[in-house]
Design a protein around this ligand. Structure first.
Ligand code: NDP
Length: 331
């Protein structure tokens, strides 16, 4: 079977040379283990951090070993009473076609009528849960709020905007990196306003899109758009710091916002979070979002690439904005 290994650590933007496609033998599952045929795998921004040899919340990938990450697959052999052959499982042995792993590290997911299993890597999975936690718990969203989200056409951002609209937001504004993405936000997802952050200074574009200011900023990118959002905040505004993708390939820390004084005058709050520390919201999230997906109230788009040999390009492409909605690799 084939897997993708980390071959070297990147400086700046990752390249193909940082990865190697390897043919390896698949062991038989031992007692307590299952064998899985992966159907699809995820590439996510946080994986850029796992390429560095620095301690972080997700352990670094090791040189010469298969990379790891979210995947969904079908159980082909089981040595565990808890997981039956044929089950659909979510697990962290992505970047490979087959995996053998302890059954205790796989999460059996229901096959839901009409909903694609790849949703467990996106809207119904970690990115969707991130949107839910960040909007409702961290940013303490209230009906009537005006919400701005960056990387709005991506996996997390597209969910933030829709959850806010469905929950009574007064106005939802998104930013993204291309006209196609802006059209997607306005025409498919029901955003009230959207701008391409390449079209000028973010502060001006945001002021045009949100003339009365914003109550909530869901930050996926940091940098210039964070400063613009702080400038647009209303009194008692809240910022959920989810990610800072504009700096992930930077080799030295990026300059911070220059307008932090506004935190005092406008009594603002800003808080970072990690989705996996909020598992207590998982059931509520799954029930709510699977319902909205089934009813067609939440729309999803995926950018799907086929084949393990395309996974590295898909990863590098996702970091550059090649995806609309969730970037998925089918295997
Ligand atoms: P996306 O699907 O949004 O893909 C990443 C997107 O980032 C690209 O499509 C691109 O879109 C945008 N982007 C890339 N470079 C820049 C830049 N310099 N400035 C602005 N936008 C840029 O990824 P996810 O939805 O999976 O993740 C979104 C954010 O959420 C990331 O920051 C990620 O690290 C964070 N995250 C945090 C979690 C947590 O627990 N805190 C959990 C999961 C995700 P465009 O064309 O618009 O530029």
């Amino acid at each position: 079977t084939r897997e993708i290994q980390l071959a070297s650590r990147p400086h700046g933007e990752p390249t193909q040379d940082n990865f190697a496609l390897a043919e390896v033998a698949l062991p038989d599952p031992q007692p307590g283990e299952i064998a899985v045929r992966n159907l699809a795998m995820s590439v996510d921004p946080y994986m850029r951090g796992r390429m560095n040899d620095a301690p972080s919340y997700a352990p670094p990938w090791q040189l010469g070993e298969a990379a790891r990450g979210g995947a969904i697959g079908e159980v082909t052999a089981s040595q565990s009473p808890d997981v039956a052959v044929g089950s659909l499982v979510l697990h962290d042995r992505g970047w490979r076609e087959h995996a053998v792993l302890p059954a205790s590290e796989a999460f059996v997911v229901p096959r839901r009528d009409g909903l694609s299993p790849t949703l467990y890597l996106g809207a119904l999975g970690m990115p969707g849960r991130t949107a839910y936690v960040g909007l409702f718990r961290i940013a303490a969203f209230q009906p009537g709020d005006t919400v701005f989200v960056s990387a709005a056409a991506g996996a997390v951002g597209s969910m933030v905007g829709q959850l806010a609209k469905l929950s009574g937001a007064a106005r939802v504004i998104g930013s993204a990196g291309s006209q196609d993405k802006i059209d997607f936000l306005l025409n498919d997802l029901g955003f009230d306003a959207a701008f391409n952050y390449h079209d000028g200074p973010a502060a001006r574009l945001l002021a045009q899109a949100a003339p009365d200011g914003i109550d909530v900023y869901f930050d996926n990118v940091g940098g210039e758009q964070l400063e613009a959002a702080i400038g647009a905040m209303k009194l008692h505004g809240r910022i959920a710091v989810c990610g800072q993708i504009s700096g992930y390939n930077a080799s030295s820390p990026q300059p911070g916002p220059r307008n932090l004084g506004l935190f005092v005058s406008r009594r603002l709050a800003m808080k970072g979070f990690l989705v996996f520390e909020h598992d207590d919201l998982a059931d509520e999230f799954t029930q709510q979002v699977s319902g909205w997906l089934t009813e067609g109230k939440i729309k999803t788009r995926e950018t799907v690439v086929d084949g393990l040999d395309q996974a590295v390009d898909a990863f590098i492409g996702m970091l550059r904005g090649a995806n609309t909605g969730k970037m998925i690799i089918t295997l």
